[in-house]
Write a protein that binds this ligand. Structure first.
Ligand code: ZN
Length: 251
């Protein structure tokens, strides 16, 4: 099976469209999305519709839940909160209800999906250190745990028997193709595909991942998109301008 992993689309339709166009030639069997389809960007409804049209398996992110009233807006900084209030007004009752019902974790084949950390997904903690990664990897019952939330692509491999972190990959050139022992019951991998709609690793191109479970391989793909259009829509919508400015620097 070939899986495409999307995370943190954040209402950026230009980035999502470019990513889906790039993935169209990848023979993808199943799309998955690890949350934050909405929030920040100017096209929340259109992004939701595109992701749903993929029949993607989706888990909720903190922005998705806050939009739907399942997480307090006090959790967010000023710009994020302003964008959430705006986003809520753009979505229909049915769309908000769909966001409200999103599960926090899902399993599909060898993948476990969660927006943040696996043991307490409702806390939306950011992956800051290896201890957190190990905590999630030891709670994971499948070969790969897919996460989002930090908007930073990474791959962390752990051996349950040896209780040892085997690899931590964060550099772009290392993530272009990562071979992984899928069938080894003691191995676990944590993969963040990076953010489709608001990359924060200094590369403004949209980010996503392709996972090939037969070959035991995953790869981070970077896709250029029309950043200027996405920025213009954010400004025209009256959303905080820093949400437009940051797209071009990828921070
Ligand atoms: Zn996010």
């Amino acid at each position: 099976m070939r899986y495409a992993a999307l995370a943190d689309v954040h209402g950026n339709l230009e980035a999502l469209t470019a990513v889906l166009d790039a993935l169209a030639s990848e023979r993808i069997d199943q799309y998955v999305c690890v949350g934050d389809v909405v929030g920040y960007g100017a096209d929340p409804a259109a992004c939701l519709e595109r992701v749903q049209a993929l029949r993607a398996v989706i888990v909720g992110g903190n922005h998705d839940l806050a939009c739907a009233g399942r997480l307090d807006l006090g959790w967010f900084n000023d710009a994020a909160r302003a964008a959430l209030v705006w986003t809520r007004e753009q979505l229909s009752v049915a769309e908000l209800d769909g966001l409200r019902r999103l599960p926090l974790t899902q399993t599909v084949g060898p993948l476990t999906l969660v927006h943040s950390m696996l043991r307490r997904p409702e806390r939306f903690e950011y992956l800051m250190d290896l201890a957190q990664a190990v905590d999630t990897l030891t709670a994971c019952r499948t070969a790969i745990c897919l996460i989002g939330h930090t908007h930073l692509p990474c791959f962390i491999e752990y051996d349950l028997d040896e209780r040892r972190v085997l690899r931590v990959l964060t550099a772009a050139q290392e993530l272009v193709r990562v071979a992984f022992a899928m069938g080894d019951g003691a191995r676990r991998a944590l993969l963040n595909p990076g953010s489709v709609g608001q990359p924060r690793d200094g590369d403004p191109r949209a980010s996503c991942a392709v996972i090939d479970s037969e070959r035991g391989e995953c790869a981070i793909r970077r896709v250029p998109y029309d950043i200027a259009s996405a920025q213009r829509k954010i400004r025209d919508a009256g959303l905080p301008t820093l949400l437009a400015d940051r797209l071009v620097v990828g921070r």
